[in-house]
Ligand binder design. Structure first.
Ligand SMILES: Cc1ncc(COP(=O)(O)O)c(C=O)c1O
Length: 296
């Protein structure tokens, strides 16, 4: 594909360098909007329907009416990928409150802006880096409460995570574990977290204020299909740092082993056996047309 990538904005396609919206958009002024990050693997958009369902749930929670049906939205994502000739892509779907005045009142905003950005997928980590695993700190920034700006809503306001990410960067770690307001493990800044002990896999519940990840749900199903016991339960920081294996999941990260938390080596300091098995199965399943929507 030659030329610039095209960006979908409200039904029109603009070259990337001219894809712009107003500085009066409340997504920009107030973080008032919702989004999704999605992956296409070999011409199949992985879990697209599930991502679209979550987008509309997030929009419902902030009383934002998306001016497209779910099927129209799926069609727009597929068409944007086709126009850009992309088979392996990262897709960013954004719906903002739209253009308003300088006050907060969402009723002053006209129509929501719908934006679809598609880019060739980046390999975030090499295979060796994946197996070596990542290091985490335990952040002093607590995950927002479920009755506040909870990450259950995938909103355009990510400052809660960004503050923890800055702490991780300053400490020389790859990322940060965030605890809920009671001190239980929630998630990292942009991935869900799992631990393995005595062959049992555990991950924190949505009551800790996490974004219930699409990859998290997929990995839980995959692990159960492979015969592992999977629990959704509260996890203390102590349990996490003394676990046999820890890994994180997310659309961008896929499955990544964690080999150091707050200076403690996890397990034997390498990707664990169950983590590696899940990574191997995930690599096959993410390309399976049964797990997504075909673009071509
Ligand atoms: C805060 C947070 N948690 C978890 C995830 C992982 O969710 P998913 O697997 O749906 O990408 C994300 C991904 O964007 C995230 O931002």
């Amino acid at each position: 594909m030659s030329g610039e990538l095209l960006v979908y904005i409200n039904g029109e396609y603009y070259p990337k360098s001219r894809a712009a919206i107003s500085v009066y958009d409340h997504g920009f002024l107030y973080g008032d909007g919702v989004f999704e990050g999605i992956r296409e693997y070999d011409g199949v958009v992985f879990m697209l329907r599930e991502h679209i369902d979550r987008l509309y749930d997030s929009a419902k929670a902030i009383m934002l009416e998306i001016p497209l049906t779910k099927d129209e939205m799926i069609g727009a994502v597929v068409e944007t990928l086709r126009r850009n000739g992309l088979r392996d892509a990262y897709i960013r779907l954004v719906v903002t409150r739209g253009v308003g005045d300088l006050g907060l009142d969402p009723r002053k905003c006209g129509k929501p802006n719908v934006i679809i950005i598609t880019e060739p997928a980046l390999t975030l980590y090499s295979r060796e880096a994946k197996i070596r695993g990542i290091s985490l700190i335990i952040s002093s920034v607590r995950r927002d409460r479920v009755d506040a700006t909870t990450h259950q809503v995938k909103s355009l306001n990510y400052l809660n995570s960004i503050l923890a990410k800055l702490e991780a960067i300053n400490a020389g770690a790859d990322d940060a574990v965030m605890l809920d307001d009671r001190g239980f493990v929630a998630e990292t800044t942009s991935t869900n977290i799992f631990m393995v002990r005595d062959g049992v896999i555990a991950t924190p519940p949505p009551t800790t204020g996490i974004l219930p990840g699409i990859t998290r749900a997929f990995v839980m199903r995959l692990a159960r299909k492979l015969g592992y016991q999977v629990e959704e339960r509260e996890i203390t920081p102590f349990e996490l740092i003394t676990a046999d294996e820890v890994f994180v999941t997310g659309t961008g990260a896929e499955i990544l082993p964690v080999t150091k938390i707050a200076g403690r080596i996890i397990g034997d300091g390498k990707a664990g056996k169950i983590t590696l098995k899940l990574m191997e199965e995930f690599e096959k399943e993410c390309k399976n047309p049964a797990n997504g929507v075909k673009v071509y």
